[in-house]
Design a protein around this ligand. Structure first.
Ligand SMILES: Nc1ncnc2c1ncn2[C@@H]1O[C@H](COP(=O)(O)OP(=O)(O)OP(=O)(O)O)[C@@H](O)[C@H]1O
Ligand SMILES: [Mg+2]
Length: 244
């Protein structure tokens, strides 16, 4: 496997917070990160940043640098977006092209976070296969937990580290976090509280980890990054490309 990290943010239930968490992690990592939106054809990572992508998969030729064909949406974040214009028929890249793109991001940035859709697609299958880390996002309700348990059976990668991310968590859960770990067989690595601030900020194109650094939600993200990426072995100096 080529050097570098690929984290896949997944969750077989719509609206559990995959896109929000992927974006906040990318910014919190504070090192060059390729943020890949594979929730095609309804990609909305760019709109979370209130950003209109200049480049999408359509514009990337595998002979080109993918970083140069990405949107530098933050100092350290290079977004490979997918097309999602309200007045155009949505398009998706070929699965092979998307996977080549993720590998190219891994080579060029050293770190890649892939945001995925909630349905079981060929994209998702391939991304889970090549990821070193799978962040399975769930909300505390039984519907999302049941889907997550089924999803764990579906993943075909024995080598990836799988973490459960419990989002929109309330103070009083109907079960212990340790019970969730037991039933899933995976560590619950982040417990993120329910807060209306997440949505309010997203309307402004701002992220929790940027504006609400001391909030419990952001602290969990920063703690995870500190614990899981303790050294900077993949950090590389990036040549400046077009900024926002
Ligand atoms: N901890 C939270 N507290 C309150 N609202 C949240 C929280 N996390 C996410 N949200 C809100 O939930 C909504 C869905 O979040 P998001 O789009 O990130 O989910 P998703 O899993 O990517 O959805 P999809 O499956 O459609 O891609 C958004 O409005 C977001 O602001
Ligand atoms: Mg999403």
């Amino acid at each position: 496997m080529a050097g570098g990290e690929v984290w896949a943010v997944v969750g077989p239930k719509g609206g559990v917070g995959k896109t929000t968490i992927a974006a906040n992690l990318a910014v919190a990592l504070n090192r060059p990160v390729g943020l890949v939106d594979l929730d095609v054809p309804f990609a909305n990572m760019a709109s979370l940043f209130r950003y209109k992508p200049t480049f999408t998969w359509e514009d990337w030729d595998p002979e080109d640098s993918i970083v140069r064909r990405s949107n530098r949406i933050r100092e350290n974040v290079y977004l490979m977006s997918a097309q999602n214009e309200p007045n155009m028929k949505p398009k998706s890249p070929l699965v092979e092209k998307a996977i080549d793109g993720i590998e190219a991001m891994r080579r060029e940035c050293g770190f890649v976070i892939v945001d995925n859709g909630s349905w079981l697609s060929d994209y998702l299958e391939e991304v889970c296969r090549l990821a070193n880390r799978i962040l399975l996002v769930t909300t505390p309700d039984q519907m999302s937990i049941i889907n997550s348990l089924n999803f764990l059976k579906w993943i075909d990668n024995q080598e990836a580290q799988v973490d459960i991310v419990l989002n929109r968590s309330s103070r009083k859960l109907p079960y212990k976090v340790s019970e969730l770990e037991e039933v899933t067989g995976c560590p619950v690595s982040m417990v993120l509280p329910e807060t209306p601030k997440v949505t309010r900020l997203s309307w402004q194109g701002k992220l929790m980890v940027e504006v609400k650094k001391r909030h419990a939600w952001s602290k969990e993200i920063y703690q995870f990054v500190r614990d899981q990426v303790p050294n900077k072995k993949h950090v590389r100096e990036m040549s400046p490309v077009a900024t926002v």
